[in-house]
Design a protein around this ligand. Structure first.
Ligand SMILES: C[S@@+](CC[C@H](N)C(=O)[O-])C[C@H]1O[C@@H](n2cnc3c(N)ncnc32)[C@H](O)[C@@H]1O
Ligand code: SF4
Length: 378
């Protein structure tokens, strides 16, 4: 049996954060029952197609999966258990927002076998949470965290952001120290990206928000990572740190280019030598599924050259880099044979480190990774 990761998209939020361009809606609550009905149909359509696959990880992402009734999450999991092979399932994650959680939900998550929780926290300074349009305050975060521990969740991630308008180094370190003292197992540490179509995009363009300058932002990243490493978190991917044994298994599927299926609005899949993506509009998504068709909006075939480039780019995001032997086993060709010149160039300018066994980005390379990645594209 081949191994597979399954992503399930829940595109609902209580309100839209000012920086977020994810495929999620705060004004479509009435669609939730229909959405779950069609999502379940979509999963059933994979029953025959995935006969040779065993699911290793499931990830409920969004949007805010915790913003819908837990019973819906239960129905989706039940459908997966009834239609797909889950004999080797190791990790079931769900993303939660502090304002959307209560004891009843957490209890149901536990009973359903969810074993990893990712809390959207971003910051523990209330003024910053207000400025970025979050619906919760720091107290809500602590309550959510304590509730999860009360129900024995032992694998908790916290999403944090830096480079936010008005955020000082002190604000960031206050938050980092708090989550470290709580003892969270995993930290996703994201630099703010100003995305087109968000409130922040317009405000930034009009000069209404001021961001920390580039040097300050990079210092926040380096000093933050350094601090977390000093507290026994392993820096295993550009934006992710975890205590030993707690790296996110689901995301490792993406980063090592192993097969994954995404179900739900706008989800992406990568399997059978193809990459394809679902409709992003509810109307088209529902229409396809009401005629028992997978709601696929587009696809592309990944040729060998592209697969190699993606394998390298994703692999180099991992701090341990790429194992030369793994590359040889997968592509039946030596990595130095194809990219020797590119690697020599970036070794010279200090962006990559190469030895007999592996290739990885240096600390400077992790910062300037796009300069390397652009040279790897076919
Ligand atoms: C789907 S949300 C997590 C769950 C839930 N929706 C929440 O926000 O509480 C995924 C995470 O992506 C990060 N994120 C979203 N938009 C971002 C942006 N423009 N720049 C950097 N990080 C971003 C945030 O840290 C957020 O917690
Ligand atoms: S960050 Fe999370 S809660 Fe905020 S809009 Fe995006 S998906 Fe929704």
């Amino acid at each position: 049996m081949k191994e597979l990761a399954l992503y399930i998209h829940i595109p609902f939020c209580i309100s839209k954060c000012y920086y977020c361009d994810f495929n999620s809606f705060s004004n479509k609550k009435l669609l939730i029952p229909d959405y779950i009905y069609y999502l379940i149909n979509e999963i059933k359509l994979y029953k025959d197609k995935l006969e040779d696959y065993t699911i290793k990880t499931i990830f409920f992402g969004g949007g805010t999966p915790s913003s819908i009734e837990a019973i819906y999450i239960g129905k989706v999991l039940e459908t997966i258990h009834e239609n797909l092979n889950v004999d080797n399932l190791e990790e079931i994650s769900i993303e939660v927002n502090p304002k959307t959680i209560d004891g009843e939900k957490v209890k149901i998550y536990k009973e359903m076998g969810i074993n990893r929780i990712s809390i959207g926290c971003q910051s523990l300074r209330d003024d910053i949470l207000t400025k970025i349009g979050r619906v919760h305050n720091s107290k809500d975060f602590y309550e959510t965290y304590n509730l999860l521990r009360k129900y024995d969740f032992s694998n908790i991630n916290v999403d944090l952001m830096f480079g936010l308008p008005g955020q000082t180094r002190d604000d960031l370190f206050f938050t980092l120290e708090e989550v470290v003292n709580l003892g969270v197992e995993h930290i996703s540490f994201y630099s703010l990206i100003i995305e087109e179509g968000t409130k922040y995009y317009d405000w930034y363009k009009d000069g209404e928000i001021i961001l920390p300058d580039e040097e300050e932002e990079r210092n926040m990243y380096h000093d933050g990572v350094k601090y977390l490493k000093s507290k026994c978190y392993e820096h295993y991917e550009i934006s992710n740190l975890a205590k030993k044994g707690y790296a996110c298994k689901h995301n490792l599927f993406y980063w090592t280019l192993k097969p994954y299926i995404g179900v739900g609005l706008g989800s992406h899949s990568n399997i059978w030598g193809k990459r394809y993506w679902n409709h992003e509009s509810f109307r088209e998504y529902f229409e396809s599924l009401s005629t028992n068709k997978l709601p696929i909006s587009g696809e592309e075939t990944i040729d060998r050259e592209m697969e190699i480039a993606e394998y390298l780019i994703l692999g180099l995001r991992l701090v341990q880099g790429i194992d030369k032997k793994d590359f040889l086993n997968r592509f039946k060709v030596s990595i130095d044979g194809i990219y020797g010149e590119v690697f020599d160039k970036h070794k010279e300018n200090g962006l990559i480190y190469i030895d007999d066994k592996s290739i990885r980005l240096t600390e400077k390379g992790l910062d300037l990774c796009n300069l390397v990645f652009v040279d790897l594209l076919p």
